[in-house]
Ligand binder design. Structure first.
Ligand code: URA
Ligand code: SF4
Length: 256
């Protein structure tokens, strides 16, 4: 799939989501929130479900939690329009209650198809429901800030996931704001590692049938960078813990 085909696929999924009645959450929604962002991205953020603002606007993370998400991206020099942002469930649970297992299962088909189309290298999970989708059995209190391979049944067939607390949790528990910013500094390094893993597996596709599938999907190995931009050689120092919190150039997303 080229980026134009990815865009068309994502738009078609979005149209299905906006008309969806697969679970009871459609009954209380104002608008469904399929997700939005770059079709060419290597990085997908997955939250829990729309809140009141998202339900009104039909766009993900546009309220207070969204403001914090944008700040978190800015802290590592990434821009929101260069990533894709979506949720485990696409319609607002009444009163912002937790999504139910059957709702997550019903809506999972859309998230899976979005991830199949995007074939991201890095998933960033926001909160425990997203974490459970990509790292089944993991607990947020111990998993936050860690990077693990993604369960390929999620639709992301060759990806790493970085687990973050949900941004909204920082409004309930003041200490978590600092933790979120600290954990987010691991994202550039996680992306570099994810790229390296994918490039290595594609060099020897027989060692990884999933990578072969991903390759058959047409997602290219990251292109050679322009001459003036340094590539991501193995052993490149990573930006984790730099005082400014700003990533090295080599750790920027390739589409920036
Ligand atoms: N919280 C979420 O999990 N998702 C949104 O889109 C907004 C708030
Ligand atoms: Fe459909 Fe998902 Fe909305 Fe349920 S939450 S109605 S499955 S789009």
């Amino acid at each position: 799939m080229n980026d134009e085909e990815r865009r068309a696929t994502l738009d078609a999924i979005g149209a299905e989501v906006r008309a969806c009645t697969r679970c009871r959450l459609h009954l209380g929604r104002t608008q469904a929130v399929p997700g939005e962002g770059s079709a060419a991205t290597e990085v997908v953020f997955v939250g829990e479900g729309p809140g009141a603002n998202e339900d009104q606007q039909g766009r993900p993370f546009v309220g207070a939690a969204g403001g914090l998400l944008t700040e978190l991206l800015g802290a590592i020099g990434w821009r929101r329009e260069d990533v894709f942002v979506t949720n485990v469930v696409k319609c607002r649970p009444p009163g912002n209650r937790d999504p139910e297992p059957d709702e997550i299962a019903a809506c999972g088909t859309y998230l899976r198809r979005q991830l199949e189309a995007l074939d991201p290298a890095l998933l960033i999970t926001l909160g425990r429901f997203s974490l459970q989708t990509f790292m089944p059995g993991a607990r947020i209190s111990s998993a936050h800030g860690t990077v693990r391979p993604v369960d390929p049944s999620s639709g992301a067939v060759d990806a790493l996931a970085l687990a973050l607390y949900h941004p909204a949790a920082a409004f309930r528990q003041a200490g978590l704001r600092q933790t979120l910013f600290e954990d987010m500094t691991g994202a550039p390094d996680a992306l570099v590692r994810a790229r390296e893993g994918r490039a290595a597996r594609r060099a020897t596709p027989e060692s990884n049938p999933q990578a072969t599938t991903a390759m058959a999907n047409g997602r290219a190995v990251p292109p050679d960078p322009p001459a003036e931009v340094s590539p991501d050689p193995p052993g490149q120092p990573v930006a984790v813990g730099t005082p400014s919190g700003v990533a090295d150039d080599a750790n920027q997303l390739r589409f920036f």
